[in-house]
Design a binder for this molecule. Sequence first.
Ligand SMILES: [Zn+2]
Length: 173
Amino acid sequence: MDDGPAFNADYPDVWTFTQDNLFSDAHRQGLKTAISGYYWFEKLVPQEAVTDHFYTPGEDRIADDEVVAGVMPWLQAGQDQFILIHLDQVDYAGHHEGGAKAPAWNEASTRVDNILSKIVATLDLSKDTIFICSDHGHVNAGGHAEPIQLHYWSHSLSLVLASSLETMGTSRW
Ligand SMILES: [Zn+2]
């Protein structure tokens, strides 16, 4: 997705993508899309391209529980072809609960692992694909480091892709 803010912006200052994006393309294809996550996404993504949505200004474990409660019915119904689920509590722990070496970081990671297990359990990987990514890591003390050091943004990034080769090879979405 292009044209999003490269750095965190306050909610009123977040703008909608002006360039083409996955949600708009999916919408043009007649597919249903969904977002459950942080409320920046209601600003970033053209909302006419989003079929189902749940947004929260929260970033912690309580917010993630709400995000999961929002998305589970959509996953179980199987009506949406492209779903973004934004889980924020690991980043929250990095920024506000002691950083990447603190117990809260591992506790948040463990909770998100458990959430991912529940999400994956709703999928059929013979036809569904799940792509898990993070946007940046944290310095040991927490946060991005000041002044911002870009190598920390790539440090500890996680990328996971799960699908069948048949799904990957034959479907556009
Ligand atoms: Zn962050």
